[in-house]
Ligand binder design. Structure first.
Ligand code: NDP
Ligand code: 13P
Length: 332
């Protein structure tokens, strides 16, 4: 049994907290909103972010106090909206126990710096590489909250840290695999959200399987090229965190990114789609960061580029698809 703290009681943070509790750990959730803290602590329920779970496990509690949240933690899991992570973690910098392992569940690239979440977390907490772990895979929170069978990838350059976290989140319905490719994991999880926006948009506009498959496959090529240039192991892109997560996210209305895109495809503006989104759609701010990262690493990112025109200039789905390939015929 391990003391684990989860920072951020959103849909995935709370679901992962339940996985950790089901695996036998003592879990403390930290959240800012008193309503969420009281709900989890006093009623074992997160009615704001995860209402589908009526009763969270008894070995799961919550606090709004930062120092109390992390004081005894051996593993600290970060599940905060990516663009808010650096600021939120700054308040924990001097509170994290010296030997605690820090795990990121986040899937995004920071706008402005173009940094991955492993970089943001380590910088914000002044954390050595051997205490950082990333978790990413086809993990739609609502399905895992219902304890449907699923798998994920736990990556760290420190195999001991990856094994410790994998053991801590292993249950009969949630199977972790380990990896050493942190960069690959981060790139897959972040970039597939941009692809899901585009697939969702095509679906919302009424297009079928061929169009979805076209965007997914070209999106996979784009995220593989960018990931390789960033230092990822190409094998990661063919695994659960790569093509696996792409399939889950691009194929499900449970995905906030897919749904955001679908709403754009149906004619909603970015503001309207943001208003009705059921949680953070990380692909929206990450799109600009992917374009900037592509420029930085000299890798073409036509899909992210076209999606940035959708988000900033309001171009239609047809125009977005038209921008993907240009007019020149090339080898695949
Ligand atoms: N949902 C899913 O299926 C999966 C999500 N992920 C990733 O996990 C991350 C979190 O997702 P999820 O929990 O679903 O998102 P939600 O939108 O449900 O929750 C976002 C969380 O971020 C917190 N937050 C936002 N801004 C701040 C801030 N300034 N300071 C502190 N906390 C803040 C929110 O707190 P508050 O409630 O107080 O606003 C909330 O806990 C994302 O990067 C997502 O891509 C990964 C795999 C699966
Ligand atoms: O990352 C996810 C599934 O693996 C969740 O996707 P959304 O953030 O789009 O809901």
């Amino acid at each position: 049994m391990t003391n684990v703290t989860v920072l951020g009681a959103g849909a995935w943070g709370t679901t992962f907290g339940q996985v950790l509790a089901d695996a036998g750990n003592d879990v403390t959730m930290w959240a800012i909103e008193p309503e969420i803290v009281e709900g989890i602590r006093d009623h074992h329920h997160n009615g704001v972010r995860l209402p589908s779970v009526e009763q969270l496990p008894a070995n799961m509690t919550a606090t709004g106090d930062r120092a109390e949240a992390v004081r005894d933690a051996e593993i600290i899991v970060v599940a905060i909206a990516a663009q808010a992570a650096r600021r939120a973690l700054a308040d924990f910098r001097d509170l994290i126990p010296e030997r605690a392992i820090v795990v990121s569940l986040m899937k995004g690239i920071e706008r402005g710096t173009n940094k991955r979440m492993d970089e943001v977390v380590r910088e914000a907490l002044d954390l050595p590489e051997n205490r950082f772990v990333a978790v990413s895979g086809p993990n739609l929170s609502k399905e895992i909250a219902a304890r449907e069978p699923s798998a994920t990838v736990v990556a760290s350059t420190n195999p001991y840290a990856a094994a410790k976290v994998a053991n801590a989140c292993s249950t009969s319905y949630f199977h972790p695999f380990t990896s050493t490719d942190v960069i690959g994991l981060e790139m897959c999880g972040s970039l597939k959200n941009v692809v899901a926006l585009a697939v969702g948009m095509a679906r919302g506009a009424g297009y079928g399987e061929n169009t979805a498959a076209m965007i997914e496959t070209r999106g996979l090529a784009e995220l593989t090229a960018l990931g390789k240039a960033a230092g990822a192991d190409p094998k990661t892109f063919a695994g659960l965190a790569g093509v696996g997560d792409l399939i889950a996210t691009c194929g499900s209305p449970l995905s906030r990114n897919y749904t955001f895109g679908a709403n754009l495809g149906k004619g909603l503006t970015v503001e309207e789609a943001t208003r009705v989104s059921n949680g953070v759609a990380e692909g929206v701010p990450t799109t600009d960061a992917v374009v900037a990262l592509g420029d930085q690493l000299h890798v073409p990112t036509p899909l992210a580029f076209a999606m940035s025109h959708v988000l900033h200039e309001g171009i239609s789905c047809e125009q977005m698809l038209g921008e993907l390939f240009g007019t020149e015929i090339t080898a695949e």
